[in-house]
Write a protein that binds this ligand. Structure first.
Ligand SMILES: Cc1ncc(COP(=O)(O)O)c(C=O)c1O
Length: 374
């Protein structure tokens, strides 16, 4: 593929950290993971950062930590219908029930105006997703959460470095989560992080990601539900290099995203594209688009781009009504019209730092040729 989602190039710094783990004959959670947590927290000003084996496990740990804050098994967590499956799977894996809410076409994020109607006496939390690096509208969401005494988890797995009203995403709610899979701005191969400003929640996260033992303990006192969600020192070695390069990665990807937006300006009559508002900084996760007219046939466009060497993915779609994995929950097609529309008419492709201007021009030309037949 000429344009892939992400590309990992392992450089000298990662190799040095890998070597240090190898020389200690210790590649499980150790010094590299501790350094990775410390650097991640320092880079974005998060008071506490707890590394996990994946973004999915960070989501599960975030949800399961809610038991230590008064949530009960079977409680509901409000979450967008449109997301990567890990959000809803994490809620289920932690023993909660996802209560899906539709999203907005313009932002791809949970529609704050529909949250209140979804709240019941079983609601424990709201888990928002900053989809494609675009911050969810946190002010009204936090206001609703405060009024109803709900916790807020920010799934920022696609949004490293995104800002909302000058705050890094992940620092606004109670817990923020990140993924370090290869398509993301920092890559560990596999890995995740949960951040918080609460020392109590930090202890809960550390406990849950290590079998529910007291934070930092390796013995057999299992105090709460927990899993083995620990990151290992080889993953952290690679991530440490990614963190040291983050400002440059962020800058380059932002340039690519902005260039793609410029190059596709004349296609605005055919596609919705993400639009950055003055109060926010979008993290350049990828280049998403949604067809304005379904007759342009997303599946055909997807194949056309892939055949040209542009790796595509859909925009997830409505988890409860467009993915068999959640059919058991009994939702019916039509319940989440916006998520379903995006599911049928959306796609995204990568804007990673190793692309060059020719690649971006090429992608825009292919899109133009598709819509205008030139
Ligand atoms: C919104 C969201 N949440 C969670 C995850 C899960 O992360 P991971 O693949 O590291 O488990 C992803 C993965 O890309 C994601 O996009």
């Amino acid at each position: 593929m000429r344009i892939s989602f992400g590309e990992l190039r392992i450089g000298e710094l990662a190799r040095r950290h890998l070597q240090s783990a190898l020389e200690k004959d210790w590649i499980s959670e150790g010094a590299n993971v501790a350094a990775f947590e410390e650097h991640f927290a320092a880079l974005f000003g998060y008071p506490y950062a707890v590394a996990t084996s994946s973004g999915t496990d960070a989501d599960i740990a975030a949800c399961a930590s809610l038991y230590g804050l008064g949530a009960q098994r079977g409680d509901e967590i409000i979450t967008p219908a449109l997301s990567f499956c890990a959000t809803a799977n994490a809620i289920l894996a932690a023993g909660f029930t996802p209560h899906f809410v539709d999203v907005e076409l313009e932002t791809l994020n949970i529609d704050p105006d529909q949250i209140e109607a979804a709240i019941s006496d079983r609601t424990a939390a709201i888990m928002v997703v900053h989809t494609m690096g675009k911050p969810a509208d946190m002010d009204p969401i936090m206001e609703i959460a405060r009024r109803h005494g709900l916790r807020v988890i920010e799934d920022a797995c696609e949004a490293h470095g995104a800002q909302y009203n000058g705050h890094y995403v992940g620092s606004i709610g109670d817990i923020g989560t990140f993924s370090f899979y290869v398509a993301h701005l920092v890559c560990c191969g596999e890995g995740g992080m949960a951040v918080t400003s609460s020392p109590e929640i930090e202890q809960l996260l550390r406990s849950v990601k290590s079998h529910g033992r007291p934070a930092g303990d390796i013995y057999f006192d299992f105090q709460r539900f927990g899993l083995n969600s620990k990151m290992n020192d080889m993953e952290a070695a690679v991530g440490l290099e990614g963190l040291s390069e983050f400002p440059e990665t962020f800058r380059q990807r932002r340039e690519h995203l902005q260039r793609l937006l410029e190059l596709t300006d004349d296609l605005a009559e055919y596609v919705h594209r993400l639009d950055e508002q003055p109060h926010e900084l979008i993290s350049p996760h990828a280049f998403p688009l949604v067809l304005k007219d379904p007759s342009h046939d997303r599946d055909k466009l997807y194949r056309y781009l892939e055949d040209a060497g542009i790796q595509c993915k859909t925009l997830f779609g409505s988890l409860p009504t467009q993915h068999a994995a959640f059919a058991f929950m009994g939702h019916r097609s039509g319940e989440f019209p916006v998520a379903e529309y995006i599911g049928k008419n959306g796609l995204h492709f990568g804007c990673h730092r190793y692309l060059n201007d020719d690649d971006l021009v090429f992608a825009a030309q292919k899109l133009r040729a598709y819509f205008e037949g030139s």
